[in-house]
Ligand binder design. Structure first.
Ligand code: SF4
Length: 691
C-alpha cells in the first residue's frame, strides 16, 4: 500500500491501449462510455466524436451480442477515417462469443468476472471445495480462448468487478463483500498470468462509495502481494447518479483512492450526456497529474524500466508503523470520540455529524450579518432538514466584539447556534462568555503559554475549538501542536474541546492528527474543516468531496465545517451531499442510477428526474434506477426498491432483489413505483406540495 500521509502514486506496469498506454508514469487517463445502441452506427460514431472533441482519452462501448461486436468494425472504420484514433474498449457482460468477436476491433476489452463464463442467478447454493475448483477449471477453459485472442491482437483486458454482480460461486464463499470482489478479480488474473498474459488492469466498482474504496485498497494490497506485476487500476463509482450528487459521489470515491496513490485511469459515470463526464474527470485528476509534472517525473518510461522497478516498489510498500493508517482501510469503523453538549445538541460520540457554515458578511454590517445568520440557521425549518446547525462569525477587533453582542441580542434564542472565531488570544478570552463555541486559530510558530492553557478549562463558558492554520509543507506540525494541547488539557481533566485544522491537504493532516490522538488515547471530537474560496464551482465541489468525503468515509469527523465562496444553498447542499455520499448522515432518498448504455431501451434521464421529483423526501430510502434487466438488478446492490428497464419501453419493479412487477408500460411505471413504496409502508407524505 502507498503512504496514507503523503501523495505517492503506486507504480504499476504500463499497459498498452492502442497508441497510448496507461499505468507506470503515464498521466492518469480520463475515460467515458457511450450510451447509444452499438448497432446504431451513426449515433455511436456521433457520440464518440463529441467525446473525442471534449478531450476524452478512452471510449468504452457496450457490446451485448455478437452482432454488436461485429458492428464495432464499422464504428471503428468511420472513426479512423476521420482520423479519430482514440482507443476503444468493448464492455462485455455474459457473452463470451461477443467478447471473442469484439477483440478484433478494439484496444481493450472489459470483462466482468461475475458473469463471464460463470453463473449469476443469486441461488445461495453451497459449493463444496471440489465443486468450487471444478467450476474455476470450467471458467478457465472458456476464458482461455479470449486471452489467446487478446494476446494475438495486442489487446489489453480490464477485469472489472462490480459490487452486487459477483458469481454465485464467489458469493457462496465470500459474500457480497469487498473480499468477494477482490477474489473474483484475482481468479481471472491468476488464469491470465498462468497463460503468460500480462496486459491486465482492474476495477472494483460499487455505488456504495465506502465499499468501493475498501475494495480497491484491498485489491491493491492482495494483488501486489500475489501477482507477478502491479497492474494498473481503472477507478469509478458505479450508478453514482446525476447532477451534483453524481459528481460528489464520484469525486469522493475516485478522489479518496487518488489521494492513496491508487488509480491510473478513471471514469466519472453520470446519468447524463456522457460528454459531461469528461470535464469532471479532468478536474478530478488535474492535481495528481500536475504533481508529477511539478515533481519532475519523466513522463512515460519504457515498459522494461517499469518491470525492473517492480521489486524495488514492493520493498517500498512495506509500511513502517509510522506509516500505518489510523483507521482500518478495508472496513468502516467510526473513530471513537467523546460527545460534547453544544447548544442542546450532542456533537461527537455516535451522534450524526453536525454541519457548521461560515457567515460571509462582516460583523460590522449589522443588518447583512443578521439576515445571513437567520438564512443559514433557518430556525423555521425542522431540526433535521438541510440547513446549517451552527454558523460561525469572525471577530478581529474590539468593535467587532461589540457588534457580536448586538447581533446575539437581536437573534435571541437563535443566538446559541452562533459560534465565533478569532486568532487573537485577548479577544478569544472575552469571547468565552458570549457564545456557545469559541474557536481559536493557532498560526504556525505562535507561542501560547500557561495563561492560554488555563483558558481552555474554564467552568461554565463556551466550548472551545482549537484550529491549526496550516500554511506550511509537511503534515506533522499541526498534529504535534494540537496533540500537545490535547495532552495538557486531558491531564487537567478538560473535556469540552474540539480540534480542527485548516490546510491545503486536509486528508493527510487529519490522518496524522488522529494517529497522534490514538497513540495517546485522546478521544476529543474532530471538526473536519474545509476552507476554499476558489470561484470555480466545480473545483470547490470536487476538492471538498475529495478532502472531506475521504475523511468521513474513513470514519474521521464529528462535524463538517464549510467555508467556501458558494451561495448559501449550494454550500449546504454540498455539505449534506458529502455526508450522504459517505453514508454517515442521510438527509434524503439515495438514488442509485446507472448512466445507461446500449442496453437501455427507455428514457433513463427523464425517468430518473421524474422519480427523483416525487420521492426525494423519503429520507434513508434507496431507490435503484437501472437501464437494463441484464445487469441492473445485480448492480443496484442494496437498493430498497428498483426501477429497471426490461425491454423497449418496458419496466420491471423490484423490492430488494425480488422482481414484483414485470414488463409494465413505461408510462405507468413511475406511478406504480410510488404505489409499491406506499404498499410496503415506506411512504411518508412530502412536507408541502409534492404528489
Ligand atoms: S445497468 Fe445500466 S449501464 Fe449497466 S449494462 Fe445495464 S443499462 Fe448499461
Amino acid at each position: 500500500m502507498s503512504s496514507m500521509y503523503q501523495y505517492r502514486r503506486r507504480l504499476t506496469r504500463e499497459v498498452v491501449f492502442g497508441n497510448i498506454a496507461l499505468g507506470g508514469y503515464q498521466p492518469i487517463r480520463v475515460e467515458s462510455m457511450t450510451n447509444t445502441h452499438t448497432m446504431d452506427t451513426a449515433a455511436t460514431v456521433g457520440q464518440c466524436r463529441r467525446l473525442y472533441d471534449a478531450g476524452c482519452e478512452i471510449i468504452r462501448l457496450t457490446v451485448p451480442t455478437e452482432k454488436d461486436a461485429e458492428n464495432l468494425r464499422h464504428i471503428r472504420e468511420q472513426l479512423r477515417r476521420d482520423r479519430i484514433d482514440i482507443p476503444l474498449v468493448a464492455d462485455i457482460h455474459f457473452s463470451a462469443r461477443a467478447a471473442l468477436k469484439a477483440v478484433e476491433f478494439v484496444e481493450n476489452i472489459r470483462i466482468n468476472p461475475g458473469n463471464y463464463a460463470t453463473s449469476q442467478k443469486f441461488t445461495n447454493n453451497e459449493y463444496s471445495e471440489d465443486d468450487y475448483l471444478k467450476e474455476i477449471e470450467r471458467v478457465r477453459l472458456e476464458f482461455a480462448p479470449l486471452v489467446e485472442k487478446a494476446r494475438q491482437y495486442g489487446v489489453s483486458m480490464r477485469i472489472g468487478t462490480n459490487h452486487g454482480s459477483l458469481s454465485d460461486r464467489v458469493v457462496s464463499r465470500y459474500g457480497n463483500s469487498p473480499e468477494g470482489m477482490v477474489e473474483a478479480a484475482l481468479e481471472f488474473a491468476r488464469m491470465s498470468e498462468d497463460m503468460g498474459y500480462y496486459e491486465t488492469l482492474f476495477s472494483m466498482k460499487s455505488s456504495n462509495v465506502r465499499v468501493m474504496i475498501q475494495a480497491y485498497r484491498l485489491l491493491a494490497q492482495k494483488a501486489d502481494a500475489e501477482l507477478r506485476y502491479a497492474y494498473p487500476l481503472h477507478l469509478g463509482v458505479t450508478e453514482a447518479g446525476d447532477g451534483d450528487e453524481g459528481r460528489v459521489k464520484s469525486a469522493m470515491g475516485i478522489g479518496a483512492l487518488l489521494e492513496d496513490g491508487l488509480g491510473d485511469t478513471i471514469r466519472v459515470s453520470l446519468t447524463e450526456d456522457p460528454v459531461n463526464e469528461v470535464a469532471v474527470g479532468f478536474a478530478l485528476v488535474k492535481k495528481y497529474n500536475d504533481f508529477h509534472l511539478v515533481k519532475g517525473d519523466k513522463g512515460a518510461l519504457p515498459l522494461k524500466h517499469v518491470i525492473e522497478s517492480r521489486n524495488r516498489k514492493s520493498q517500498e510498500t512495506q509500511l513502517s508503523s509510522q506509516e500505518l493508517p489510523p483507521f482500518n482501510p478495508f472496513c468502516y469503523q467510526r473513530r471513537t470520540a467523546s460527545g460534547i453538549l453544544l447548544a442542546g445538541m450532542v456533537v461527537g460520540g455516535d451522534n450524526l455529524p453536525r454541519v457548521e457554515t461560515e457567515v460571509h458578511a462582516q460583523l460590522s454590517e449589522s443588518h447583512a450579518v443578521f439576515e445571513e445568520v437567520m438564512q443559514r440557521l433557518a430556525p423555521e425549518k425542522p431540526q433535521d432538514s438541510i440547513r446549517s446547525e451552527f454558523v460561525s462569525v469572525r471577530v478581529n477587533s474590539d468593535e467587532e466584539l461589540d457588534a457580536l453582542d448586538a447581533l446575539l441580542g437581536k437573534l435571541g434564542d437563535a443566538g446559541r447556534f452562533v459560534v465565533a472565531s478569532t486568532g487573537d488570544a485577548a479577544l478569544f478570552a472575552r469571547l468565552l462568555d458570549k457564545v456557545s463555541k469559541a474557536r481559536f486559530d493557532i498560526v504556525e510558530g505562535e507561542r501560547l503559554g500557561e495563561e492560554f492553557l488555563q483558558l481552555l478549562g474554564g467552568e461554565g463558558h463556551a466550548v472551545v475549538e482549537l484550529c491549526f492554520i496550516h500554511n506550511g509543507a509537511g503534515n506533522c506540525v499541526p498534529a504535534e501542536v494540537l496533540a500537545h494541547f490535547a495532552k495538557k488539557s486531558r491531564s487537567r481533566g478538560v473535556q469540552q474541546l474540539f480540534f480542527s485544522v485548516i490546510s491545503k491537504e486536509p486528508v493527510f493532516v487529519y490522518r496524522r492528527l488522529v494517529q497522534l490522538f490514538n497513540a495517546h488515547a485522546l478521544d476529543y471530537p474532530v471538526v473536519v474543516r474545509f476552507k476554499n474560496e476558489a470561484s470555480d464551482r466545480l473545483e470547490t465541489l470536487i476538492e471538498s468531496s475529495v478532502q472531506a468525503g475521504t475523511l468521513f468515509c474513513d470514519g474521521i469527523g464529528d462535524m463538517l465545517a464549510f467555508h467556501t465562496s458558494l451561495s448559501l444553498d449550494d454550500e449546504l447542499h454540498l455539505a449534506f451531499n458529502i455526508l450522504q455520499g459517505a453514508r454517515v448522515r442521510m438527509s434524503k432518498t439515495e438514488f442509485i442510477s446507472c448512466p445507461g448504455c446500449g442496453r437501455t431501451y427507455f428514457e433513463l434521464e427523464k425517468a430518473t428526474a421524474a422519480i427523483k421529483q416525487r420521492t426525494v423526501h423519503l429520507k434513508g430510502l434507496k431507490i435503484g434506477i437501472m437501464g437494463c434487466i441484464v445487469n441492473g438488478p445485480g448492480e443496484m446492490a442494496d437498493a430498497d426498491f428498483g426501477y429497471v428497464g426490461a425491454g423497449k419501453n418496458r419496466i420491471s419493479l423490484y423490492v430488494g432483489r425480488e422482481c414484483v412487477e414485470e414488463n409494465i408500460l413505461e408510462e405507468d411505471a413511475v406511478d406504480r413505483l410510488i404505489n409499491l413504496i406506499k404498499e410496503r409502508g415506506k411512504w411518508v407524505d412530502p412536507p408541502c406540495c409534492l404528489p
